[in-house]
Design a protein. Structure first.
Length: 366
């Protein structure tokens, strides 16, 4: 793939993974029809696979270099999936947690069947969808340096992308109930600080076989090194309402990785304490943009938008260099005007389940 922008400094490649849930269009309960929907996709549709649960699908983009290509890829996938889902009587939704009441089963396969024995009653509530962003790195050691710099900024990134307030037919009281669910797993949330790639690999290997960590793929940290590709993977964000929001988030994450790799994303020493970072992420999951957030630059609480603006300011040189600053600023203006995905879901839910269903349907193909 070649860059469509004028030649300039090297721009990191990136990839986007979107997890989607299939819902009953009336009750918004998850429906186990992933295989049927896959069969209904147009021939030649690429990158769509089954996920852990039979009510979920995942889209993995090709390697991307620019916003236009990313937007076309996600819009094309969502349009095709929306039609396929409708043909099977369900609604494809991009939400962090399914809003309706209902159970869903685990897909076939030895690895997935093992989760039932490992997770016990936790599995029944393990219904969550995220937006995962991969960004290319020069080496795993660079990836570890990036992780160290990004750890304090995960909380504001989650706060502005929270999109999981409704689950089981009720308001959970969280902006990101998905984050609350994930924290029940053995290895989830904010990763520890590592010395280098060798330290990361040694400590990750020691976790295999303990609790829910059955293999390297089940190291469900919100920030990790990818085992299959030379990327760092940022997994803290909920699935986003629209394709354009997913793209804007991915562009911001790429820029944050770029400045972090160049040691240009500082944070106060006080903000790097592991217990403080962990508490800050929990706080962001609970309140989204509705309360003050921990400011990584000071280690003290500050207004939510002040913290998010500081994050964007840190990424600004990379966003400007890649030509993505205006797109990211448009997304943030939308969130300021209309609220996060969580706030928009709550507003629709207050008008009734049919209103929320309409909002989810319209957002998916917006």
């Amino acid at each position: 793939m070649t860059m469509t922008a004028p030649a300039r400094a090297r721009v990191r490649t990136f990839g986007i993974e979107e997890e989607v849930v299939l819902l009953d269009p009336v009750t918004l309960a998850p429906v186990d029809v992933a295989d049927a929907v896959l069969d209904a996709l147009p021939p030649g549709t690429e990158g769509v696979e089954r996920e852990l649960l039979l009510a979920q699908l995942e889209y993995a983009s090709p390697v991307l270099v620019d916003a236009a290509t990313a937007s076309a890829a996600l819009r094309g996938f969502r349009a095709a999936l929306a039609v396929a889902a409708e043909s099977r009587g369900v609604l494809a939704a991009s939400v962090g947690s399914p809003p309706g009441v209902g159970a869903t089963r685990v897909r076939d396969g030895e690895r997935y069947a093992g989760f039932e024995g490992t997770m016990g009653a936790l599995l029944a509530e393990h219904r969550m969808q995220g937006l995962h962003v991969h960004v290319g790195i020069a080496s795993r050691d660079e990836g570890v340096r990036v992780m160290t710099a990004l750890r304090p900024w995960l909380a504001p990134l989650l706060a502005v992308t929270a999109n999981a307030p409704i689950a089981g037919g009720a308001d959970t009281g969280f902006a990101s109930w998905r984050t609350g669910i994930a924290r029940r797993l053995t290895i989830s949330g904010v990763p520890p600080a590592f010395v280098d790639a060798a330290d990361y690999d040694r400590r990750a290997a020691a976790l295999i076989g303990l609790g829910t960590t059955t293999d390297a793929a089940s190291l469900w940290w919100s920030l990790r090194l990818c085992e299959r590709y030379p990327t760092v993977e940022v997994r803290v964000c909920d699935a986003q309402p629209t394709a354009e929001e997913s793209v804007a988030v991915a562009l911001l994450v790429r820029a944050l990785v770029e400045v972090a790799a160049a040691d240009e994303l500082p944070h106060a020493a006080a903000a790097s304490a592991p217990e403080l970072i962990d508490a800050a992420v929990w706080h962001a999951a609970k309140h989204g943009m509705g309360e003050r957030l921990l400011h990584p630059g000071t280690g003290e609480p500050a207004a939510a938008w002040t913290v998010v603006e500081a994050m964007v300011d840190g990424a600004r040189p990379a966003l400007a260099a890649s030509g993505d600053l205006a797109r990211v600023e448009r997304w943030l203006a939308l969130v300021r005007r209309e609220g996060t995905g969580a706030e928009r879901q709550r507003a629709a839910f207050a008008r009734g389940v049919p209103a929320l269903a309409t909002a989810l349907r319209d957002g998916f193909v917006a």
